[in-house]
Write a protein that binds this ligand. Structure first.
Ligand SMILES: *Cc1c(COP(=O)(O)O)cnc(C)c1O
Length: 335
C-alpha cells in the first residue's frame, strides 16, 4: 500500500532513530530534560521568539494557545474550515469557554479586511473579540499558503485593535519552502506559532508552541492542567531536532511529487477537478455519479490509500515515505 492519507504516517528513519536513542534525557516537568530544552531553544531562535514549549500534539499546542490568549466568554476569529474549529473536538468551547467568529472567505484563507469587519465593539451585549487564528498552510483549502504581506496586514489589524494573533503552523515549513520567507521574518507577524514536527518533518510525535517568555510561562501551567506534562521527552525532542536540521529542505521534493500526482489524477475520467497544488496536499473533486466512496475503493484496490475530504473530494498528501518507485507505480497505473 502506498499511503497518501496524511503526512503524519511517516516512519522515523534509521538515522533519526539512532539520533533519538543517543539523546540525553531528564524530567521535563522539572524542566531539566536537556534535549527538550535544546529543541525549544532551536525552535524559538528560528522564529525570532523568546521561548518555546514542546507539546504532545498540534491540537494540544493550539488549545494551550487559545487558553492562554483568552478568558471564558471571549471570542476568537478563524476561518470556518480551520483545524482549530473543525477538527479539535470543540476544544475552544470545552477547554476555554470561547466562541468562534467564522470567516467564510471562499479562498479558504482569512484576509485582513475580513477581520476588521468582525471585531465586536466594546459593548456588553457582545463577546469580547480577543484573538485571531490563521492556518498556514490551509489544510482544507488544499495546502495553500499565505503571502507574507497578507500576514503582516492581518497582524497589523490585530495590533490596532488589541487582539492577539496565533498561527496554526502545523505545516508552516511547507509554506516557507515555497515563499522563501524565513521563519524569523514570519515570526515578526505572529504572537504565537504552533509548528508540528510529526507531519512533513517526519518526527514520530510532537509540536512546538512558540511565543514570548511570559506566554510560555503561562503555557507551561496550562499544559500541566491539560495532562501534557511528560517526563523523559528528550527522545521525542531529539527526533524534533533531527527533523529541523535534516528534513526541511527536502519538503520541496514532496511539493514536486504532489504536482506530479495532480497531473496523473487529472487524467482519470471520474476526477472532475483538482484544486491548485501549492505544497504537499492534493484535493481532487470526484464525479457525483462515480462517488467518493468508489474513488477511494478503486484506488485502494490498486494499492493506493487516501482519505475522503468532504462530500465530493478526496485528499492525498505527499511525505518523506513516498519513494520515486511509488511515484512511477502511480504514474503507470491503468485504472
Ligand atoms: C495536523 C494539524 C494539526 C494538529 O494535529 P495533531 O494531530 O493534533 O498533531 C493542527 N492544525 C492543522 C492545520 C493540522 O493539519
Amino acid at each position: 500500500m502506498i499511503d497518501f492519507r496524511s503526512d503524519t504516517v511517516t516512519q522515523p528513519t534509521a538515522q533519526m532513530l539512532d539520533f533519538m536513542i543517543r539523546a540525553k534525557v531528564g524530567d521535563d516537568v522539572f524542566r531539566d530534560d536537556p534535549t527538550t530544552l535544546e529543541l525549544e531553544r532551536i525552535g524559538a531562535d528560528m522564529f525570532g521568539k523568546e521561548a518555546a514549549l514542546f507539546c504532545a500534539s498540534g491540537t494540544m499546542s493550539n488549545q494551550i494557545a487559545i487558553k492562554v490568549h483568552t478568558r471564558p466568554g471571549d471570542e476568537m476569529i478563524c476561518h470556518e474550515n480551520a483545524h482549530v474549529y473543525r477538527y479539535e473536538g470543540g476544544g475552544m468551547a470545552f477547554n476555554s469557554g470561547v466562541s468562534p467568529k467564522l470567516v467564510n472567505n471562499p479562498s479558504g484563507k482569512i484576509e485582513a479586511t475580513d477581520i476588521a469587519d468582525m471585531i465586536n465593539p466594546d459593548d456588553p451585549h457582545y463577546p469580547k473579540t480577543v484573538l485571531v487564528s490563521l492556518e498556514d498552510t490551509a489544510n482544507r483549502a488544499g495546502g495553500i499558503y499565505y503571502d507574507i504581506n497578507e500576514v503582516e496586514r492581518i497582524y497589523s489589524v490585530c495590533k490596532q485593535n488589541g487582539l492577539s494573533l496565533h498561527v496554526d503552523g502545523a505545516r508552516i515549513f511547507n509554506a516557507l519552502t515555497e515563499t522563501g520567507v524565513t521563519p524569523a521574518e514570519y515570526g515578526q507577524f505572529a504572537d504565537t506559532i504552533s509548528v508540528c514536527l510529526s507531519k512533513g518533518l517526519g518526527a514520530p510525535a510532537g509540536t512546538l508552541l512558540i511565543g514570548s517568555q511570559e506566554f510560555i510561562r503561562q503555557a507551561i501551567r496550562v499544559r500541566k492542567v491539560f495532562g501534557g506534562g511528560m517526563r523523559q521527552t528528550g527522545y521525542y525532542a531529539a527526533a524534533g531536532i533531527f527533523a529541523l536540521q535534516n528534513n526541511i529542505l527536502r519538503l520541496k521534493d514532496d511539493h514536486l511529487k504532489a504536482k506530479r500526482i495532480a497531473e496523473t489524477l487529472k487524467k482519470l475520467p471520474w476526477v472532475t477537478r483538482i484544486l491548485p497544488v501549492q505544497t504537499n496536499i492534493i484535493l481532487a473533486e470526484i464525479d457525483d455519479d462515480f462517488t467518493v466512496k468508489n474513488a477511494i475503493n478503486t484506488l485502494q484496490q490498486n494499492g493506493i490509500s487516501c482519505l475522503a475530504f468532504g462530500k465530493n473530494r478526496i485528499r492525498l498528501v505527499t511525505h518523506l515515505g513516498i519513494t520515486e518507485e511509488d511515484m512511477e507505480y502511480l504514474e503507470n497505473l491503468k485504472i
